[in-house]
Design a protein around this ligand. Sequence first.
Ligand code: FE
Ligand code: ZN
Length: 499
Amino acid sequence: MATKLNIKDKYRLLTRDLDWDFDYQDRKEAFPQEDFEGIKITDWSKWEDPFRLTMDAYWKYQAEKEKKLYAIFDAFSQNNGHVNVTDARYVNAIKLFLTGVSPLEYQAHQGFAAVGRQFSGVGARVACQMQSLDELRHVQTQVHAMSHYNKFFDGFHEFPHMHDRVWYLSVPKSFFDDARSAGPFEFMIAIGFSFEYVLTNLLFVPFMSGAAYNGDMATVTFGFSAQSDEARHMTLGLEVIKFLLEQHEDNLPIVQKWINKWLWRGYRVLALVAMMMDYMLPNKVMSWKEAWEVYFEDAAGSLFKDLARYGIVMPDYVETIAKEKEHLSHQAWWIFYNFTHASAFHTWIPSAKELDWLSEKYPSTFDQYYRPRFELAAEMEKAGERFYCSGLPQLCQVCQIPMGFTEMDNPTLISYRDSVYKDDRYHFCSDGCKTIFDDEPEKYVHSWLPVQQIFQGNCGGADVETVLKDYYRINMGADNMEYAGSPDDLRWKAWKGVA
Ligand code: FE
Ligand code: ZN
């Protein structure tokens, strides 16, 4: 009688014995991307399997979670769960999530499938395959959770189309495009380590707690359902970095450069989360500044202390980010307030109570630099002159965010950097983005910058309205513009019986 294997042995057999020797092909040719980044792997057998989950256990476990999750989705829609959120302004936060974040889950699914193919170590291959499956499930459950909102609110209807075209969605999209067009080890440091391990709490916790604080049980539930996957993804991210650093000392400078780059890239994408936390949640969880302190400064502080024994140091620009935490969300929201006519969600000026909350959370900057601006905008709106910027902004060549961030020693001065490459001048929002460009200009000159593409006539029309309507598929007057008086606002008031 065969003895029953325990799960650890099963996993060892799965990841090690699934490999085979190449007798009529050169192993190096079978894994052509494993060398070109300069990473040296001396012994793949030293790879520690981070997931320890066999395929049969995986399917059983995920199916269980799925059953519970979809039962809650059903209950949510049968009970008209959407009318229980704090107010309809909240829904704009999940419009941003569906259009900006869920497609990244799909990008992660494709990315992990692709890099898994490139590793000659079978343990890493299997781990990437499993994460790839998780990510596919994440995008599916998110789309299903939010499909309910699509029946009652504007702005959800064209999310994959918009992700590929709309200017602000180019920020998260280009982040993942950048990672997926890098080599396999850089992808793992970019997504597995920097994103999943270092920054993931700053993306998911704010959205999921935001949902919990604002009565959105559908979103809370998919968050919980993804959490056990996240734990495995974080373990993989940490295993990758330790493995690379233990394999060869020549890997250290390469890995350090990637950590610096991807911390900054990820942080720039999080500008969207910062403004979501401080401006889009009617019931606030904590400020962006507090979140950065808890989830980066405290948590990553001890992580980098751990990594110091390999020679890894804290990424560049952490000091800049620490200064920017006083400004980031206000500057980002102001950009969107100015360009809401070109967005698939609404913006608004915070209420008097919300302005006071911001003053309290940002005592050294808010009243001095931002409150007067918002109060002026509120006055203009009251006078029937709600402000929209009619021009198109210059974009950073690397992070693709409009040039709205400022110098930290003079927060009224827009921060501009530039570099010349092959006789053309390129523009950046920061030293971080400029450094990334200068290291690989031949990559970033290819960036698909939405504003430049509009001006070059590649976005369906010669005027902004045609671009928004036909190329972006924005439902004009419904998806975009000010929240107050929008169809979302009017429907919400009608449901609630408010005049
Ligand atoms: Fe995911
Ligand atoms: Zn930038």
